[in-house]
Ligand binder design. Sequence first.
Ligand SMILES: O=C(O)c1ccccc1N[C@@H]1O[C@H](COP(=O)(O)O)[C@@H](O)[C@H]1O
Length: 214
Amino acid sequence: MDVRVKICGLRETAHVAAAVEAGARYVGFVFFAKSPRNVTVGTAARLAATVPPGVAKVALVVDATDAELDAIVAAVPLDMLQLHGNESPDRVAGIRARFGLPVMKAVGIAGPEDVEKIALYGKVADQILVDAKAPKGAAVPGGNGLAFDWTLIARKYWPCPWMLAGGLTPDNVAEAIRLTGARQVDVSSGVELAPGVKDAGLIRAFVAAAQAAA
Ligand SMILES: O=C(O)c1ccccc1N[C@@H]1O[C@H](COP(=O)(O)O)[C@@H](O)[C@H]1O
């Protein structure tokens, strides 16, 4: 089983290169002003230009307007949009239709009632990002380095592709894959030295651990 890895919140060419060389299949750029990983469209365009074919370039947005998405999509060559806010199923479908890009919708998990939303959004999105629900009052709805109870999704099946996220690290990703059966994993904080500061060694260790788990 091949496990696909997404490294999210990249801001420097050296870290994009480390992710690509390690074997990551997705790289993510965050367009959210409150995030320590926020990038401008100019920086994202420069980073995206260094990504080879076969590695998907993902723009992460939070409740973005059409105008904000227009500006991102016009400037950055993208392969996917990641919607990480409170977008409704109708809004997800609308973005997918308007921009003609595959859409990955994040669903935050804190309890069994949240797990039901995966199937709901799976009807309108191309992929689901199954992430930890941000704690009340958190400044950002993701990228908090928090894991959820993986047993909530153990032995579940959804027809759409999905990716596991939330508090993954080089040390716990193998156990997360074993428990959940995830075939795709996404990480941000777990490959950082401080919020927004990626580390090439941790990126390599994470990809190697995820692939070894397969
Ligand atoms: O990374 C961010 O700053 C961010 C901001 C707003 C929404 C989502 C964000 N990150 C996503 O959250 C998951 C989990 O992050 P972590 O590994 O627990 O730090 C991450 O995979 C990003 O896709």
